[in-house]
Write a protein that binds this ligand. Structure first.
Ligand SMILES: Cc1cc2nc3c(=O)[nH]c(=O)nc-3n(C[C@H](O)[C@H](O)[C@H](O)COP(=O)(O)OP(=O)(O)OC[C@H]3O[C@@H](n4cnc5c(N)ncnc54)[C@H](O)[C@@H]3O)c2cc1C
Length: 520
C-alpha cells in the first residue's frame, strides 16, 4: 500500500518544487508527482545533440527573488550563475546595433536626447516598480473586505501607490492601463530603441506593444530585476535545468519524495474535499491535500470531474485565455557566429531582433489568424559563450525565443513548422550572414510543441494570459486568486496563479506559506 502523505503536489515544475521545499522544511510530508521523466517543467535541460545541453523552455533567469534563493540555500545545492547582468543588444541589419547596459544606452544612431531620456525613463519605471513590486511577491490582496487583515492588505497596495507623491501617483494611474507603444513614444525618438524596450513587456504573451495594459506587463518584468539581488538578466551554469535541480535538491534534503514518470489522471474528491489522486496507471494515493502545479485549465477541466464544480466556475475556467505565442529556436553551430555590429564581448549578451514597434505589431498580427509571421521577433542568446559546459568540441548553442507563432493544430502543422524554420533562419541571416553555413542541427518548437513537451495548455508560458483582467486578485479568476479553490483541500501553486509566469518560485512559496498558516 502506498504511504499516505500530508501533501501531494501535481507537477515538478520549479513552482511545484519550491512549494514542496517550503512545506517539507516546515516538517510536512510531501510527494511530488511529475508526468514527465524529467523535473523542472519549462525550466529544465535536455540534450539537443551529443555533448550539447539545451534549456528548451526558459533560457534566462531574471525574476527569482534573492531571498527565496537564500532561504532554499540554492547555492549550496549546486546552483551557480555563469553570467549575470547581461547587456541587451538590439541588432540592426546595417550593423548599427544599440547596447543597453544599466542606465547607459550606446549606438551610433542613438541621439543624446534619447540617451538622457533613457536615464529619465529608467528612473520613472523604477519608481513605479517599487510601488507595484511588493504586491507581486505577496499573496494577492483580497477584494472581499470583511476582516481587518483584508482591509490592511488592500490598503498596503494603495499606500505604496499613494507614497509616490501626488505628481507620480497621478502619473502612475495615468500610464498603468496604457499601451506601451504610446508611452515609449512619449520618451524616445529612435524606433529601434523603442522596439527593444517594448519587447520586455511582451515576451511570452498574446499581446503587442499596442495592446492595452502592456505598460503593466513591463513593470511586471522590471519587478523581477528589482527583487533578484542585482543579478539582472542571468544565465545559470549548466542551463535553466540547474535552477530546478537545485530547488529539487533543497526539497529532497528536507524530506520531499519526488516521482517522475507519474502522470496524474484525476484528483479524487469526496464530499467536496480533495482526498488524493489517481495516476494513469490506476494507482491511487491518498493525502490530506492536493496542490496542483499544472495550469488551471488542465487542473479544473481534465483532472477534476465537472460534477464537483458549479457551471459558472467551469465557464470562467473554460474562457481563460491560454494561447501561447512564443516558440523556441535551437541551433547547434560549428563555431561562434558573427552578428553585424556585435563584438566578441557582447556575443554573450542578450540580442534582440525587433527593428521597430510597428514591425512588432506586424509580426503579431498574423498569429491572431493562425498564421505565421514573415519577419519574426527574436530574443537570442549564445549560452555556450558564457558557459563552456553547454557545448563540447568548439561547437556553440544558439537559443532564441521566437514571437509570434500561432497554436497550429492544422493537418499541415509539420510542413508549416519546417517552412517557418526557414523563415526564422532567413531573418537571422539578415543579421548574421554566414550563420546557415555553421548550422549542424536545428530545432524549432511551436506553442503546440511546447504544450506537448511541458504540458502547458496552449503552450502558454504564463499558463494563463497575463493581462490587466488576469492580474492580482483576478488571477487566474477571482475564485482562485489566493491558491485555494472551490474544492476544499485543493490548491494551485503554478504560473497560472498570482503573480504569474517566469522562473521565480513565488507562486510555489506563497502557496506553501498559505497552507502552513492553515489555508486561509
Ligand atoms: C519557450 C519558453 C521560454 C521561456 N523563457 C523564459 C525565460 O527566459 N525566463 C523566465 O523567467 N521564464 C521563461 N519562460 C516562462 C517559464 O518557463 C514558466 O513561466 C515557468 O517555468 C512556469 O513554471 P511552473 O512551475 O509554474 O509550471 P511548469 O513549468 O509548467 O510546470 C508544471 C509541471 O506540471 C507537470 N504536470 C502537468 N500536468 C501533470 C499531470 N497531470 N500529472 C503530473 N504532472 C503534471 C508538467 O509536466 C510540468 O513539469 C519561458 C517559457 C517557455 C515555454
Amino acid at each position: 500500500m502506498t504511504r499516505r502523505f500530508q501533501n501531494i503536489i501535481i507537477g515538478a515544475g520549479h513552482n511545484g518544487l519550491a512549494c514542496a521545499a517550503y512545506l517539507s522544511r516546515a516538517g510536512q510530508s510531501v510527494l511530488v508527482l511529475e508526468a514527465s521523466d524529467v523535473i523542472g517543467g519549462a525550466a529544465r535541460n535536455r540534450d539537443l545533440a551529443p555533448g550539447v545541453t539545451v534549456s528548451p523552455g526558459a533560457h534566462l533567469l531574471h525574476a527569482m527573488p534573492a531571498d527565496l534563493m537564500r532561504e532554499l540555500n540554492l547555492s549550496e545545492h549546486d546552483l551557480s550563475l555563469a553570467a549575470t547582468d547581461l547587456n541587451t543588444v538590439s541588432l540592426a541589419v546595417n550593423g548599427e546595433a544599440i547596447t543597453f547596459d544599466g542606465d547607459t544606452v550606446t549606438g551610433s544612431a542613438v541621439s543624446d536626447a534619447d540617451k538622457a531620456a533613457y536615464v529619465r525613463f529608467n528612473k520613472d519605471m523604477h519608481r513605479f516598480t517599487k510601488a507595484l513590486g511588493p504586491a507581486l511577491e505577496k499573496l494577492a490582496p483580497e477584494i472581499a473586505i470583511e476582516t481587518w487583515k483584508q482591509r490592511l492588505d488592500l490598503m498596503g497596495l494603495g499606500w505604496s501607490i499613494r507614497k509616490l507623491g501626488r505628481y507620480h501617483m497621478r502619473e502612475f494611474l495615468r500610464i498603468i492601463g496604457m499601451n506601451f507603444y504610446d508611452l515609449l513614444d512619449e520618451y524616445f525618438e529612435n524606433p529601434q530603441m523603442k522596439a527593444a524596450i517594448a519587447m520586455d513587456a511582451l515576451w511570452g504573451g498574446e499581446w503587442g506593444a499596442r495592446s492595452m495594459g502592456s505598460v503593466l506587463t513591463y513593470l511586471y518584468r522590471m519587478a523581477g530585476y528589482a527583487r533578484n539581488g542585482d543579478v539582472g538578466i542571468a544565465q545559470p551554469k549548466g542551463g535553466m535545468g540547474a535552477v530546478s535541480a537545485a530547488i529539487a535538491k533543497a526539497a529532497k534534503a528536507a524530506g520531499t519524495d519526488i516521482r517522475t514518470g507519474a502522470r496524474v489522471k484525476q484528483i479524487l474528491v469526496e464530499n467536496d474535499h480533495a482526498v488524493g489522486v489517481e495516476l494513469e496507471t490506476g494507482e491511487r494515493i491518498e493525502a490530506d491535500r492536493v496542490i496542483s502545479n499544472a495550469d488551471p485549465k488542465q487542473t479544473f477541466m481534465k483532472l477534476v470531474s465537472p460534477d464537483h464544480l458549479d457551471t459558472g466556475f467551469v465557464r470562467q475556467i473554460k474562457n481563460l485565455r491560454a494561447r501561447g505565442k512564443a516558440g523556441k529556436l535551437h541551433l547547434v553551430l560549428s563555431s561562434a557566429p558573427k552578428f553585424k555590429g556585435v563584438d566578441t564581448v557582447n556575443l554573450g549578451s542578450r540580442m534582440i531582433i525587433a527593428p521597430t514597434m510597428d514591425e512588432i505589431e506586424l509580426a503579431f498580427n498574423p498569429s491572431k489568424y493562425k498564421k505565421y509571421p514573415t519577419a519574426p521577433v527574436l530574443e537570442i542568446i549564445m549560452p555556450s559563450v558564457n558557459d563552456e559546459s553547454i557545448a563540447s568540441d568548439g561547437r556553440h548553442l544558439l537559443s532564441a525565443v521566437v514571437q509570434y507563432l500561432p497554436y497550429d493544430d492544422t493537418p499541415d502543422e509539420e510542413a508549416n513548422r519546417t517552412a517557418f524554420l526557414e523563415t526564422v533562419l532567413d531573418q537571422l541571416e539578415r543579421y548574421a550572414p554566414d550563420i546557415r553555413k555553421q548550422i549542424i542541427e536545428a530545432e524549432l518548437l511551436t506553442p503546440r510543441d511546447i504544450e506537448r513537451e511541458f504540458g502547458m495548455t496552449g503552450g502558454h508560458w504564463h499558463h494563463v494570459e497575463l493581462v490587466f483582467e488576469t492580474f492580482l486578485f483576478n488571477r487566474p479568476i477571482p475564485a482562485l486568486s489566493r491558491h485555494t479553490s472551490p474544492i476544499t483541500d485543493l490548491y494551485l501553486c503554478g504560473a497560472g496563479c498570482h503573480p504569474g509566469g517566469n522562473v521565480m518560485g513565488i507562486a510555489g512559496r506563497n502557496a506553501a506559506q498559505l497552507i502552513l498558516k492553515g489555508g486561509k
